[in-house]
Design a protein around this ligand. Structure first.
Ligand SMILES: C[S@@+](CC[C@H](N)C(=O)[O-])C[C@H]1O[C@@H](n2cnc3c(N)ncnc32)[C@H](O)[C@@H]1O
Length: 304
């Protein structure tokens, strides 16, 4: 991968709001669950003193490679480095962070980065001709496997629920008919089905929804988020913050419900989800669907 400027890889969304809700202490230990291009990690590092630390996770090796290069000066400080990069799914965070004595704040910026969306050969975007993969790590079924192997009812559920597409059922039928002729292999195969079935002015939106549904299903994103958010509560120190930015209403619902279900442990800091300012939405269209929720672990629980 050629070296990219950070802003070419991904522009961090709601940077000020995330940092304010994390309430960084210079000597604190923070975790970034979704490193991506390292935008938020870099801002956390800027606020840390010499004894502060940040541990940042990403399941995608391209994101990790980009950040190894971006943060090489910090990483080369060896034991004095304030940054640790972890190439792993964020569902490993509770175990990894438990070994370091817990954290003072965790940030989740869910979904995919602009780089993954725009350049990736793994088929995250319908705009690029690529194999239908969509896995963050090369394990488990690909998007093509799901399209070729799922029942019509499961496909309909996936498109309707994860893609929020009202035409989910008829798309599922179209997928089953098409795969009887030839299996799905590339993003172009999905585009062909949509072009045949959907009127031109709805095609882009439908493709975006199908691709979103496939990505969520392939990476088991909703179940992982629910499980990780719940497990992570055990490693946030009293007074520590959890900040989550989601881009899909089902993700936002999970965050809301996990926070609400743990009211005994958490003070919810955002009654309603925070949205990007008009100026940010204008400058960075990716920020338009972002919803931020934050909570603080109560002091009376000294579980760690
Ligand atoms: C929206 S980007 C994060 C951008 C980052 N905040 C920045 O400012 O550059 C989301 C990143 O999270 C990663 N990701 C998504 N789900 C993940 C998971 N379950 N475990 C680990 N990484 C994940 C993706 O690979 C992607 O790089």
């Amino acid at each position: 991968m050629t070296r990219l400027e950070p802003s070419q890889y991904h522009i961090p969304v709601m940077a000020t709001e995330c940092l304010d809700f994390l309430a960084i202490r210079p000597d604190g230990h923070y975790a970034d669950a979704t490193l991506g291009g390292g935008g938020h990690t870099s801002l956390i590092l800027e606020r840390l003193g010499g004894s502060g630390r940040v541990t940042s996770f990403d399941a995608d090796d391209v994101a990790i490679a980009h950040c190894r290069s971006r943060f090489s000066a910090e990483l080369e400080r060896g034991p004095a480095s304030r940054l640790a990069l972890v190439h792993a799914n964020f569902d490993t965070m509770p175990d990894v962070l438990a070994t370091t004595g817990g954290v003072d704040g965790i940030l989740f910026d869910l979904g995919v980065s602009s780089y993954q969306f725009d350049h990736h050969e793994r088929g995250f975007s319908y705009r690029m001709m690529a194999p239908l993969d969509m896995r963050f790590t090369p394990e488990g079924p690909t998007a093509a496997d799901l399209l070729n192997g799922s029942s019509e009812a499961d496909l309909a559920h996936m498109f309707f629920t994860y893609g929020e597409d009202p035409a989910g059922r008829s798309l599922a039928r179209a997928v089953v008919q098409r795969r009887a002729l030839a299996p799905f292999r590339t993003t172009g195969d999905v585009r062909d089905v949509v072009i045949q079935r959907i009127p031109p002015h709805h095609q882009a939106k439908t493709m975006a929804r199908i691709f979103q549904a496939l990505r969520i299903a392939v990476n088991n994103e909703l179940e992982r988020l629910q499980r990780t958010l719940t497990a992570i509560l055990g490693v946030v120190r009293p007074g520590g913050r959890i900040v989550v930015m989601s881009y899909h209403s089902l993700e936002d619902r999970i965050v809301k419900d996990v926070f609400r279900d743990h009211k005994d442990l958490l003070t919810i800091l955002t009654k309603k989800p925070v949205e990007a300012s008009d100026a940010e939405q204008e400058a960075n269209p990716r920020s338009r669907s972002a919803r931020l929720r934050a909570a603080e672990r109560r002091h009376e629980h000294q579980g760690l």
